[in-house]
Design a protein around this ligand. Structure first.
Ligand code: EPS
Length: 400
């Protein structure tokens, strides 16, 4: 079973990650991981923190000479901002006045932000400085999830599975990407400051972010992940916790600020009659076989590649809705946990919009779940063994 754990506070020394269950022989390089980290750091709408951080992974375990060993992969991303927070975030008992940066008291958070984990987390854990909650609730942690997802994408790429992500809606501006194939979406999104494949929508999204920043407000949006080359038969209909759509939803909902997930048509499917929802099954044309040697193909992919919790051979298409970031520079009303009086919520330095970054995080989340599902189906302690198992299975599907 492929599994991972992360640790790390937003302004602590570093983020840690352990990915266990990767087979041996999967190519891994710091450069590939760093490319994804850079993508996550980018995107229009970020705040001051991203000028401080230049995320770089350090591979500490499980990789030798560019390939996984089969042992746990250990990853580290240092927080450059730690230098400014050493005294406030020190693991050692507090020493006021020691070290650079602001004092612990100056950095204490007592006015919880509506929409953030601050209040519920403080009550639950008994913390009277809500910084003890926000430091871990922060989406800074997603840097490590992106690093772990990048390792998973290394495995998936070896098996011909390619992932693309993009922003389909931001601040109420909707992108039109109808008719674009994943490669086109990836190319156009890479050229957009908000990772949106529709140039006109992209400009309107940038303008919306500028307006929100000026108003001290924040914006959410919807991101989409497409996985092409996914073999038929990942996941299972036999038990709720083995349904791949359910597992993808869990992984996407597990990303900070995500409030909704759709698979394929998603909520739109509930509005249409069945004849306009389900994807007809056609015999593959021997001359124009677009279905990878299979004897069937689909007329459409409104199911988003998943039926009954099982991949059906079509691209997996999922979307995640991100709420606007909870920190508002024009804060909402809150209650100070010390005075118990109504006050404006506290302001922590923040981003106006992190939806483009969320697209990269969502891609990483999907990569992890697909890598897990691939390893469950095809097993194997080495990449070669996984490939042999996959090839034997696909030969059986073709000969079915
Ligand atoms: C975040 C607040 C901001 C973001 C941060 C997430 O950080 P800071 O409080 O240091 O300005 O920049 O995101 C990251 C650091 C990151 O790497 O994505 C929050 O409160 O969630």
């Amino acid at each position: 079973m492929l599994r991972f754990l992360t640790a790390g506070e937003s302004h602590g020394p570093a983020l840690l990650g352990i990915l266990e269950g990767m087979p041996a022989g999967v190519p891994v390089s710091a450069e590939c991981i760093d490319a994804e980290l850079a993508r996550r750091q980018g995107g229009y709408g970020r705040g001051g923190r991203m000028k401080i951080e230049q995320d770089r992974v350090e591979i500490l375990a499980g990789v030798r000479h560019g390939f996984t060993l089969g042992s746990p992969v250990g990853l580290l991303i240092r927080n450059r901002d730690w230098a400014n927070w050493e005294a406030v975030m020190s693991p050692a008992p507090p020493q006021e006045g020691a070290g650079p940066g602001p004092s612990i008291k100056e950095r204490a958070v007592t006015r919880p932000r509506p929409g953030h984990a601050d209040l519920a987390g403080g009550l639950k854990y008994g913390h009277h400085d809500l910084r003890n909650i926000l430091e871990r609730a922060s989406a800074r942690e997603t840097a490590m999830r992106v690093a772990i997802g990048a390792v998973c994408q290394g495995l998936l790429a070896e098996l011909g599975i390619r992932l693309v992500s993009h922003v389909v809606s931001l601040g109420g501006v909707e992108a039109d990407t109808a008719g674009l194939v994943p490669e086109e979406i990836a190319g156009r999104a890479a050229a957009s400051p908000v990772y949106c494949a529709d140039e006109r929508a992209s400009e309107a999204m940038v303008a919306a972010i500028d307006r929100a920043r000026q108003a001290g407000d924040s914006l959410g949006g919807v991101v989409e992940v497409i996985a092409a080359g996914v073999p038929v038969g990942l996941g299972s209909h036999v038990a709720a916790d083995r349904r791949l759509d359910a597992r993808l939803a869990q992984a996407l909902m597990g990303i900070q600020a995500i409030k909704g997930v759709e698979v394929g048509l998603g909520f739109e499917a509930a509005r249409r009659p069945g004849s306009q929802v389900h994807d007809e099954i056609l015999a593959a044309d021997a001359r124009r076989d677009l279905s990878g040697g299979l004897w069937f193909r689909r007329a459409s992919n409104r199911a988003g590649g998943l039926e009954g919790g099982v991949t059906n051979g079509e691209p997996v298409v999922v979307r995640a809705a991100m709420k606007p970031i909870a920190t508002l520079y024009q804060p909402l009303i809150s209650v100070d946990i010390v005075t118990k009086r109504e006050e404006r919520a506290g302001i922590e330095r923040s981003d106006t919009c992190a939806v483009p970054a969320a697209s990269v995080v969502a891609q990483a989340a999907v990569a992890f779940v697909l890598a897990q599902a691939v390893l469950e189906k095809f097993g194997g302690d080495s990449l070669d063994e996984v490939r042999r198992n996959r090839d034997a299975y696909l030969a059986a599907v073709r000969a079915f």
